[in-house]
Design a protein around this ligand. Structure first.
Ligand code: C2O
Length: 351
């Protein structure tokens, strides 16, 4: 059967990925007043589509708005479910063992929940940002690492004094360093041209060769009571995970705030979304879902009711708690947003 929205009453301690260390603070969301009657979310009628722009192409004005919205989010009271910390903790709660069904730990990665969970997550994050600057058309930028121009940290995240900067990011990702999807830990790239070609070839593999049918792309089936059949989808595996590892610290770095040993921020589930670039990275992951469906063949959404009827819990931009369904997030336009078009050069990089 489908997984229900997590039971908030039993939300408890989270554990850092790859260790036995407990997260020092609670990742659980504020408790809603009506704990037992959390309503279903209905997609609001749409007035104007939010168009998510390419992160490399945005204007100064756009960046200023995005910074202001993020700043305001960081300034909200820490108990406000819309605050930056609470938003980051959503990822921690869903990925580090805070939610359980009986003895079973909820984990939205490594399975077919990867795409729909993050889609809903970004959906509310984006609406909150828009609300905080009074702009219902505000749309998150997407980091198009699937294009040679996008295979580096988008510059707006690399300015130290802005709210989009994260001091706990790996310093080697700064100043336009290119990413290698194959070895994200390598600090020195000797042959940029070759690395770009390899990355594009890996994109082709994750989108086409190895993702001819739904479960390959989305990831392994996961139903209530069966959380062991783990398997990442092709995009989750590459390049999604390498981008996280690349931006996170290497073991035992001390950036001034004490030793980090678990890849913080981007390289560990509990801390990943403490880096504002997380949402820009995931916007492109989300875009890949849409692009993949347009590639033809058997590339379609899953029709299994256990997937479609699974649920998550989120607060919206007005601090109201909701249950959302996987089946309601399959069409970005119905959700009120879309992606600015961009070339997909990897389509010509059959291995
Ligand atoms: Cu929830 Cu990119 O991880």
């Amino acid at each position: 059967s489908p997984i229900p929205a997590p039971d908030l009453k039993s939300c408890s301690k989270a554990t850092k990925t790859g260790s036995k260390d407990v997260v020092e603070y609670s990742c659980c969301p504020p408790t809603p007043k009506e704990l037992n009657n959390i309503p279903y979310y209905n997609l609001p009628p749409m007035s104007k589509l939010r168009k998510r722009p390419v992160a490399q192409d945005v204007t100064k004005e756009y960046i200023a708005k995005y910074e202001l919205a993020t700043k305001r989010m960081k300034e909200l009271d820490k108990d406000d479910p819309r605050s930056f910390m609470q938003q980051a903790n959503i990822h921690c709660a869903y990925c580090n063992g805070a939610y359980k069904f009986g003895d079973e730990v909820l984990q939205v990665h490594n399975s077919w929940f990867f795409f729909p969970f993050h889609r809903w997550y970004l959906y509310f994050y984006e609406r909150i940002l828009g609300k905080l600057i009074d702009d219902p058309t505000f749309a998150l930028p997407y980091w198009n690492w699937d294009h040679p121009k996008g295979m580096r940290l988008p510059p707006m995240f690399d300015r130290e004094t802005t709210p989009l900067y994260d001091a706990r990011r790996n310093p080697h990702v700064r100043n336009g360093t290119i990413i290698d999807f194959n070895s994200p830990r390598d600090e020195v790239i000797t042959n940029v041209g070759q690395t770009v070609t390899n990355n594009l070839t890996l994109m082709y593999r994750s989108m086409i060769t190895n993702a001819a049918c739904p479960l390959q792309f989305f990831g392994a089936r996961y139903v209530l009571g069966n959380n062991d059949s783990k398997g990442q989808g092709t995009i989750e595996n590459i390049p999604h995970t390498p981008v996280h590892i690349w931006a996170g610290t290497v073991k035992n770095t001390d950036l001034g705030g004490g030793k980090l040993s678990l890849g913080e921020d981007m390289g560990n589930f509990y801390s990943a979304s403490l880096d504002p670039v997380f949402y820009c990275h995931h916007a492109n992951v989300d875009r890949m879902w849409k692009v993949w469906k347009g590639l033809g063949g058997k590339r379609r959404d899953i029709i299994d009711p256990d997937w479609l009827n699974s649920e998550f819990f989120f607060y919206d931009e007005n601090k109201n708690p909701y249950r959302v369904r996987v089946g309601d997030c399959l069409d970005t336009k119905k959700m009120g947003y879309d992606y600015a078009p961009a070339a997909i050069p990897w389509i010509n990089f059959r291995p």
